[in-house]
Design a protein around this ligand. Structure first.
Ligand code: ADP
Ligand code: MG
Length: 589
């Protein structure tokens, strides 16, 4: 699929609507041919006028010719409208299909991919890329058809009137095309276009950084000159654009000269033949060719234009492929159900795409049903990653994760989501009411059930202060919740879902101690009677855990109960001492 021309790739998604797109091409070509016919009638009019000169009353057909010319012009326009109608129907449908295809793919993407890429970026890739495909199918394709059909039809006409002059004009067309072809297409232009886009992207990125950094600059009394990189990016862009533009000097100048040389040649011929109104045939022919010359220029420009559009569509395809090519979490062909709620890691390894290092590097452990364990350790040690493998945010690169004795990849995905749920470090809420946000976890839950979950998740104070209580739309009318408050609502959601296995990722920092206290309380409430993997940053919360695993560099370097680990004098006891000091420090100050 990769190296097919863009149009074929697009048609692959069009289904039956490809006939509309094909129809639009045929109609546009027809319209381009018909649009040339009025010129023939203009030629006939001039020819007749000159033939009967100076007794114009003898000119019988002028009116008919004029009317016919107008009829052809109108018909050409009408057919072009039809072509646009078809191209729009075909374009809409094709792009709708591509979008549907992408949406279906997003549904099957590993959640981890969406988390790490950012849903906004994925959305932007899909909407922007399909928008450029839309423009291509609806406008550029018919335009380009006209641009290609016009010179072809012109060749026929040029030969029809006077093949010798025709050949001369044709020579200019051919040379024009050759010059265009040599300079405007080919690998160099593609490379330059890429370099140009890169320079532009760089400048945009630095400009965003500049705006984001403004508060820092102002706070520390710096001047804008501290943004050397932005200046550098602008300079680079300017330098590149100027040299890029200048590289077209020769080709554009030659192109313009060649295209306009048709005029010069024609005038030379006229002078040579001493063409005058007496030799009206030659004169009208020359007039005709002079009328045609500007059209050559216009169509060549359009052809030029359309090779850029092709590149835009190619880029759009490669961006969409970056989403479509992400490996999916495959649904099992051999579904099995877990026998209990234990979780077991068997020599699990995982590395992120493009990363050489294993984020999880050979972890083995067994968590019995109903046990509560904690993952602790330095930042970047692999806690979040290993916990997220349990709910198949990603699939392991090596080894196995078993729930109730069954490989998670053999548990039907719908079932898995009924067994494991995850509270993220930074929980996201949707822009809808709190009721709906929580009810997402269990669509048939009654309002009373939702209320109970919210209360158990320590959200009573949040609901109390909101204008419409549980029906308040989050993000509307200035109702924004702090990170800790959002996390509590997310806990309520998981509470309602009531899965037997939970993965809880504590936020690393809270703005205020009261919030922190409530979140931790909500965590302990939700953990009752469940199998829990808790990723803990406050070591006070792990003291009672059945087992504590210390993760560093993707490996378990220590494990045991709190007292056991303290007596080992390893990383854990060092971390715990530091933690206690920090707590004391907070209390004393
Ligand atoms: P922890 O939760 O212990 O702080 P993580 O599991 O988040 O650690 O990270 C483990 C390693 O994986 C780190 O080196 C981190 O840089 C890397 N990592 C985490 N998320 C991603 C990601 N989405 N893409 C690439 N690398 C990642
Ligand atoms: Mg983490």
């Amino acid at each position: 699929m990769k190296n097919k021309p863009n149009l074929l790739k697009l048609m692959g998604y069009a289904g039956g609507f490809k006939y509309f797109t094909i129809g639009s091409i045929v109609l546009a070509a027809l319209s381009a041919c018909l649009a040339l016919v009025p010129f023939v009638y203009i030629w006939k009019i001039v020819d007749e006028v000159l033939a009967v000169m100076p007794d114009y009353s003898q000119a019988q057909n002028i009116e008919d010719y004029g009317i016919t010319a107008v009829k052809y012009a109108l018909t050409a326009m009408f057919i072009y409208f039809l072509a646009l109608g078809c191209s729009h129907v075909g374009g809409f449908r094709t792009v709708a299909n591509i979008r549907k295809h992408c949406m279906a793919k997003i549904f099957r993407l590993p959640l981890g991919h969406i988390e790490s890429e950012g849903s906004g970026k994925i959305r932007k890739i899909i909407t922007d890329s399909t928008a450029s495909m839309d423009t291509y199918l609806e406008h550029i394709l018919p335009d380009r058809t006209v641009a290609i059909a016009t010179p072809l039809a012109m060749i026929v006409l040029l030969m029809y009137f006077d093949w010798k002059i025709g050949l001369l004009c044709l020579a200019t067309v051919v040379i024009g095309f050759i010059i265009m072809g040599a300079f405007m297409v080919g690998p160099k232009l593609k490379k330059d276009m890429e370099a140009y886009n890169l320079a532009l992207e760089n400048m945009t990125k630095e400009a965003v950084e500049y705006v984001r950094g403004m508060p820092v600059v102002k706070t520390f009394g710096q001047s804008v000159f501290s943004f050397k990189r932005l200046k550098q990016a602008i300079d680079d862009y300017a330098k590149f654009t100027i040299s890029y533009t200048q590289s077209f000097r020769v080709s554009m100048t030659s192109f313009t000269i060649v295209i306009n040389s048709a005029f010069a040649i024609l005038i030379a011929i006229a002078l040579y033949h001493n063409a005058s109104v007496t030799d009206h045939q030659l004169f009208t022919n020359l007039m005709f060719y002079i009328l045609f010359t500007p059209i050559i220029g216009v169509t060549l420009h359009k052809v030029m234009y359309s090779s850029e559009a092709d590149m835009v569509v190619s880029t759009a395809f490669s961006r969409i492929d970056s989403v479509l090519d992400v490996p999916e979490n495959k649904e099992t062909t051999n579904p099995k159900l877990p026998i209990d709620n234990s979780v077991e890691f068997q020599n699990v390894k995982f590395h992120y795409k493009d990363s050489l290092k294993n984020a999880v590097d050979g972890i083995s452990m067994k968590i019995d049903a109903g046990e509560q364990v904690a993952f602790v350790g330095p930042s970047g040690g692999g806690k979040t990653t290993s916990a997220s493998l349990v709910s198949r945010f990603w699939d392991v690169s090596e080894g196995k994760i078993l729930i109730g004795g069954v490989d998670v990849r053999d548990i039907p995905q719908a079932k898995l989501s009924e067994i494991v749920s995850f509270v993220f470090q930074d929980s996201k809420l949707l822009k809808t009411s709190i009721l709906e946000n929580v009810r997402m976890a269990k669509p048939d839950a009654t309002e009373a059930e939702v209320m109970e979950a919210l209360e158990r998740a320590q959200c009573a104070d949040i609901i109390a202060k909101l204008p419409d209580g549980i029906n308040t739309i989050i993000g509307s009318k200035g109702t924004y919740l702090s990170g800790g408050e959002q996390q509590r609502i997310a806990i309520a959601r998981v509470m309602l879902r009531n899965t037997p296995i939970l993965v809880l990722d504590e936020a690393t920092a809270f703005a205020d101690p009261e919030n922190e206290e409530k979140v931790l309380q909500a965590f302990s409430e939700i953990s009752k009677g469940k199998t829990v993997i808790k990723i803990a940053h406050r070591l006070s919360t792990v003291v009672d855990c059945d087992q504590i695993y210390v993760l560093q560099d993707g490996k378990i370097i220590e494990n045991g109960k709190h007292q056991q680990l303290l007596s080992q004098n390893g990383l854990y006891s060092k971390m715990f001492n530091n933690y206690q000091k920090s707590v004391e420090w907070t209390i004393e100050n």
